[in-house]
Structure formats: structure tokens, C-alpha cells
Design a protein around this ligand. Sequence first.
Ligand code: NAD
Length: 497
Amino acid sequence: MTTATNRKTAQNYVSGRWIDPEYESMLDVENPCTGETFARVPLSTAAEANRAIEAAHEAFKDWGQTAASRRAQPIFKLAELIGQNEDRIVRSIAEELGKSLPDSIAEVKRMRENCQAASGMPILQQGDKLVGAAAGIDSEVLKLPLGVFAMIAPFNFPGMVPFWFLPYALASGNTFVIKPSEQVPMTMQAMAELIDQCGLPEGVFNLVNGDKTVGEAFMAHPKVVGVSVVGSSTTARHVAATCAANGKRFQALGGAKNHLVAMPDANVDAMIANMLTSCFGCAGQRCMASSVLVGVGEEMYNLVTKKFIQAAREIVMGDVLDPNFANDPLVMGPVVSSKAKQRILDLIDKGISEGANLVVDGRAFTPPEGCEKGHFIAPTVFNGVTPEMTIHKIEIFGPVVCIMKADSLDEAIQMVNDHEFGNGASIYTQSGYHARKFKLEAQAGMIGINVGIPAPVAHLPFGGVKGSIFSDIKAQGKEVVNFYTEKKIITERYWEE
Ligand code: NAD
């Protein structure tokens, strides 16, 4: 068995073996901090995707019949392996994405937590029974595995997002094919190596590197029962429509624009510190990152502007693996690629041309020695932003923050509700009345009360509403078990012999 350690070219993992796939082309994998290429990834052909699906289909014949307690064991073991290899996975995320070490550590913890949650599958997958559904008749609900499930991953959480799905699909008796993001393929290489050690039979888990050709092949293959995608809303909407047309189950989580609403009674210093990590963690490339601050009332709007500008200037930037500051909670790395950087710079220009005030300009950041080719943009802040401006309407997915003013809580909630996206939204207040109103009326899937990143833990569902999701079953926790199982309802009666 070869290992992924030091491998310079990513491989596919199919039927328990590493393979060099047929590919359409090779992409360089860059360290976004230095701009250096450290690995290459093949963009596999559709035939390679089909090969992995066939392997998973074959493996389902036994795995789907395996006892629930036995299926949970490799997932439990995987949680242990993640713990033992935490440092290596953390460094892989930091190297290929430029995510800070504290953020990468948090990501790996959540991967492990999802394995722990999925290890409870013998309880999560239990059905129901109603004795006496009618006279002499009993009814029961079975939750049965279905077959091959596929996952298409985004770049911004190379480890965690796949783990919203993978451990649950496997523990519930299904088999799995995954396509990591072609921009950050190396973390899932390392994970496949650990999965190889956790005791799963061959073909139960498979990995195919590639771009949308592989994703399209997953959706076209008749033996794939369902597909989970997390990505931009354009991709999520497309995957949802294609799977619906092809008769497949789907989970499709898309983009976001998350508002943080500051009420006049908020605890200002704690709030600003909290806003800072929400806006600039992972250089704003998180689906739960906030990118809009709404001050309610003139006074709070001015205070948020003043204090947030000061705080944004305290962010430390550079190579996230530089031991001099790697563990600083305020360290921020670059964005993922030169293409992403250019898109963000164009949107900053758009904000200026539409009349927003650029109060912190991160465009001119000079990277430290060794990072001259990195894709850095420093924290950037606009105030005087209005709802119809492009920088408010579009998901920028970078360290760019809009500050807006509302005259009342009702107006702030209206801003949240009028927006196309509805992933997360938070309120800062000491008032239970206002907090309750916000949690009931704001149209977002995940609500924070004095919490700037209201991302649920693994045991609870994760997902938005409106243009942030194109399916009705959310990710992770017991929720996702409904996606991975068919409810079969038995109605039974026995006549006296
Ligand atoms: P993306 O849409 O560019 O790509 C996501 C994945 O889809 C990649 O693996 C890509 O290869 C694949 N893909 C692209 N086109 C495809 C097609 N036609 N058919 C099949 N697969 C296709 O997204 P990204 O830039 O990698 O990720 C960032 C986006 O993901 C942001 O919009 C962010 O908000 C979103 N995101 C959302 C959540 C959430 O929970 N809602 C979580 C993380 C990221």
C-alpha cells in the first residue's frame, strides 16, 4: 500500500487502492501564502468517476447488510485516527488553503466531532413501531440504507465539509464516492490514507480527483442514489436541478451573505471582538463569515464604524505557518488564488464606483518576505453601504465588510429578509425581547444571539434558507440520516391459525 505522505501528485482511491487515473489535464496545487506549487492534481475523466461508482456499488452488496454496530466501529476508529493525526491534517489545510492554524485546528475538531456523532448510528438509525395501528394490525418504520452516495466539496473547508456527510453515509450502511475541490485536493488525500486504516471493507469509500466533469459524471450515473454538494449557489442550484431531473436525492448548500445586527444596548467591546473573527476568519472565505454589519440607530452605526475600523487594523497578516505568529488568534492568511483575489479587487472597485465609502483599504498590503507571490488582501471596510449596492447584494467571499445603518430593528430585519441569501444572521443585544423577535423573524437558517458565527455543532443540523440552500434536508447530525436512509413502512397482521 502506497501512502499519501510526500506524494507530489494526488491520486484517486478506489476499491481500497491508490491509482493514477486517466485525466483530461493536471492542475497545480499552490500554497496561497507563497504562491509556490507544492503538488499537482489530475482532473480525472468521467470514466474514472464511473469506475469508482461501480466499485462502491459492488461494495454496497455486503456493507448494506452489515450489522449497524459493526458499521459504526470504523467510524469510531476514524475519529481516533483524526485525533492522533491532528497536527498533520491541520498543516495540510493551512498549506493548501492559507487558513490560519487556530482556524484549521477548529476545522479538524469538527471533523472528529462528526465522526463521533455518526458513531451513534445504531441509535440514530432506529425506526419506529406502532403496536395497534388498527385492530389487530401493527405498523413499523424501517430506516434502510440505499446504495451509492456522492459528495462534491467546496474549497473553503477541505476537511470539515466532506465530514458533514461522509461518516453518516458510511455508518448508515451506504457506500460513498467523493470529489474534493480541485483547488485543495491534498487534505482529502491525507484523510483517505486514514480512512484506509480504519477498517472499512474495500470499495465502501472512494475518492476521485477532478473538476465538474467528475461532478457531472456522479449526477449522470444511474447507480448513484443521491448527491450532496456544497458550493456557490450557481453550482448548488445546477446540481439540485440535474439530480431532480435524473431522479436522484440531493442536498445542495449554496452561498451566503451574513448580517450582524448591532442594537443600541449591545456590549460594544465584546461585540467588536466577536465581529472581527466572524468577518476575517479564513480571510472571509467561510459560508458563515459575516460580511455586513448593521448598526441600529445613528449612534450605534457611528460607534461600530469607529471601533471596527480600529479593530480591523489590528489583524496580523502573513504566512500562516510562520512560527512567529502562527498561533495568534488575529492572524489572517491570503485568499485562495490569484483569480479569487482579482474578483475581490474588482468588487472593491465596484463598491467605490457605486458610492460606498472605503474606510479601510486593504488593496495595497505589502506581503512579508517570502510571500511576495501570495494572494493577500488586507481587511477592507466600506461604510455608507445601502441595500441595492452590488457589494451588499453579492457574496464577495473575501475580507471585505459592508457597514450599513438601520433606523430600527424592524428595518434591520427587513435588510436580512430582503437579501437573496439566508445562511446565518446574528443580533447583538442584552434585550431578551429583541433577541426573541430577531430569532423568530429573521429569515436565515442559523441565528446567533451575541454569537457572530452561529455554526451548529456536529450533532445539530447545518444549513440556510432562501438562496443559500436548494434542498430540504440539511447537513450533519441526526438530520442527515433521513437523507441517507429510505423509510420503509410495514403494516402487518396475523390471522389466528
Ligand atoms: P464552487 O461552486 O465553485 O465549487 C464547488 C464544487 O462544485 C467544486 O468541487 C467544483 O469542482 C464543483 N462543481 C463546479 N461546477 C460543477 C458542475 N457543473 N457540476 C458538478 N460539480 C461542479 O464553490 P467553491 O468556490 O469551491 O466554494 C465556495 C462557495 O461555497 C461559496 O459560495 C460558499 O458560500 C459556499 N459554501 C457554502 C456552505 C454552506 O454551508 N452553505 C459551506 C461552505 C461553502
